[in-house]
Write a protein that binds this ligand. Structure first.
Ligand code: HEM
Length: 405
C-alpha cells in the first residue's frame, strides 16, 4: 500500500491497494482483504481495475444514499455505459436513476408488496414443509442442490408464472448477470460467451403471452393497461425478477443453512424459539452477504470522507465488508440470530434497496421454520465447495446429514 501525501483531486490522494477483489484467491477467503481495505482508509484506490473502493460501513452507506452523485444509470458493474456498450439492454430499475427509476420501482414495489406476500405465504410455507419431508427421507444430502436451490426453484418460477419448459436456464442466466457486473476477467468473459441460449429463453419468457395469469409477471404486464409503464418496458421489468429473484435467494438460504450448521448453539436457540427464524435469515444475509459488491459512477466531482473524487469515476462498494465493519457492528464475525441487524447493507440501502426483499425474507423464514421444527441436528459431513462468481457469494456443494427431531 502507498499513501501519497498531496491532497489533490484524484486517485493520487488516497491509499492505493494492490488487491484484486475479483480474483479466485480473494473469493476463497475475502475476509483478510476486507479488513485491509477497511483499515487502509475510508476511500481507497484499486490499481488493478482503476476504481475507487469503499469498504467501511459509513462510506458504503453514504454512497448508497446519494444516488444523484453516485449514479446507477452508467452501470452497477465495472463497465461504464457511457463509454462501453452494455452486454444486454440495461435494467430499467437497477441500472436507472430518478426520475426513470422512480416510476419502474413503484411498479415492482406494488407487484411484490406486503399484501401480495400474504397471498403467497401459505403456498411458500407448504412447499418448504414438502421439501423438508423429502430431506427427512434422505437424511444425507447436498444442502445446496437439494435444499437451497431446490426450494426456491419449487416456488419462485411458479409464482412468476413461468412455463414448465426451459426452467433449467434460470440459474445459469442469473449467474451470467451477476458475473457480468465484474471486470473483464475469465469468469465474466466465459459467462457472456455462453449466455446466448439463456438470454433467448429469458427474452421469450418475459413476453406477456408466456406468463400465467395471476403471477408476478402477469401483474407487471397488467400495469401497461393502467398506463404506468409501456408495453416495451414490461418484459424488461419481468426480466429483472428473472435476473435477481432466484440465484440471490438460493445463496441467501444456502448462507443461512451453512451458518446454522456451523453454529450449533444458534441452531438450538432457533429450535427453542421458532419466532427467531426471520432474524436467523436476516443475520445470515448480513454475515455472508450473498451479494458482495456493486459499483456506482460519479456524476460530478465529489468529496467523500476527505477524498476528492473526479467526475465519471467508478466506485466499488464492498457491501460484505461494511456488514462486518467493527466500527458499526459489535462482534461482527459472530453469527448471532438475536442481533439487531437493522441497517445492514446486504439488501443495499436507499432508493435501490432490494425491491424483492420481502420475497427473500418470506422464503428464508418459512424454510428455516420448517427445518427447525422437524430437525434436531444438521452436521456437515464433507468439504463444502465454493461457487465462484464476480458478485455472488455462495457454495456449490454442502454435504450434510440431518437427525430428525
Ligand atoms: C437474499 C436475497 C437477496 C439479496 C441478498 C438481494 C440483494 C440486493 C441488493 C444488494 C440490491 C441493491 C442493488 C443496488 O443498490 O444497486 C438489490 C436490488 C434489487 N433486487 Fe434484490 N436481493 C435478494 C433477493 C431478491 C429477490 C427475491 C428479488 C425479486 C423477486 C430481487 C430483485 C431485486 C431488484 C429488481 C433490485 C433492483 C432494485 C432497484 O434498483 O430499485 N432481489 N438486491
Amino acid at each position: 500500500m502507498t499513501v501519497p501525501n498531496s491532497p489533490v483531486i484524484g486517485p493520487s490522494a488516497v491509499p492505493h491497494l494492490d488487491v484484486d477483489p475479483f480474483a479466485m484467491s480473494f473469493f476463497a477467503d475475502p475476509y483478510p482483504t476486507h479488513e485491509k481495505l477497511r483499515e487502509a482508509g475510508p476511500v481507497v484506490y484499486l490499481d488493478k481495475w482503476n476504481v475507487y473502493g469503499v469498504a467501511r460501513y459509513a462510506e458504503v452507506h453514504a454512497v448508497l444514499n446519494d444516488p444523484a452523485t453516485f449514479c446507477s444509470s452508467r452501470g452497477v458493474g465495472l463497465s461504464d455505459f457511457k463509454k462501453e456498450t452494455p452486454w444486454r439492454p440495461p435494467s430499467l430499475i437497477l441500472e436507472a436513476d430518478p426520475p426513470a427509476h422512480t416510476r419502474t420501482r413503484a411498479v415492482l414495489s406494488k407487484v411484490l408488496s406486503p399484501t401480495v406476500m400474504k397471498q403467497v405465504r401459505d403456498r411458500f410455507a407448504a412447499a418448504a414443509e414438502a421439501r423438508v419431508d423429502a430431506l427427512l427421507d434422505k437424511r444425507s444430502f447436498d444442502a445446496i442442490t437439494d435444499l437451497a436451490e431446490a426450494y426456491p426453484l419449487s416456488i419462485f418460477p411458479d409464482a412468476l408464472g413461468l412455463k414448465a419448459e426451459g426452467r433449467e436456464h434460470l440459474i445459469p442466466y442469473a449467474s451470467v448477470v451477476f458475473n457480468a457486473f465484474g471486470p473483464p476477467n475469465q469468469l465474466r468473459q466465459e459467462a457472456i460467451e455462453r449466455s446466448a441460449p439463456h438470454q433467448a429463453y429469458v427474452a421469450e419468457q418475459c413476453q406477456r403471452e408466456n406468463l400465467a395469469p395471476g403471477g408476478f409477471g402477469a401483474c407487471i404486464h397488467a400495469r401497461v393497461d393502467d398506463g404506468e409503464i409501456t408495453a416495451t418496458e414490461a418484459p424488461l421489468l419481468v426480466r429483472s425478477l428473472l435476473s435477481a429473484g432466484l440465484d440471490t435467494t438460493v445463496n441467501g438460504i444456502g448462507a443461512a443453512v451453512y451458518c446454522l450448521a456451523r453454529f450449533p448453539d444458534q441452531w438450538q436457540r432457533l429450535r427453542e424459539d421458532l419466532s427467531l427464524a426471520r432474524g436467523a435469515f436476516e443475520e445470515a444475509v448480513r454475515f455472508e452477504s450473498p451479494v458482495q459488491t456493486f459499483f456506482r459512477t460519479t456524476t460530478r466531482e465529489v468529496e467523500l470522507s476527505g477524498a476528492k473524487i473526479g467526475e465519471g469515476e467508478k466506485v466499488l462498494m464492498f457491501l460484505a465488508a461494511a456488514n462486518r465493519d467493527p466500527r458499526r457492528w459489535d462482534k461482527p464475525d459472530s453469527y448471532d440470530i438475536t442481533r439487531r441487524t437493522s441497517g445492514h447493507v446486504g439488501f443495499g440501502s436507499g432508493i435501490h434497496m432490494c425491491v424483492g426483499q420481502l420475497v427473500a425474507r418470506l422464503e428464508g423464514e418459512v424454510m428455516l421454520m420448517a427445518l427447525a421444527r422437524r430437525i434436531a441436528k444438521i452436521e456437515i459431513t464433507g468439504e463444502p465447495k465454493r461457487r465462484f462468481n464476480n458478485t455472488l457469494r455462495g457454495l456449490d456443494s454442502l454435504p450434510v446429514t440431518i437427525t430428525p427431531a
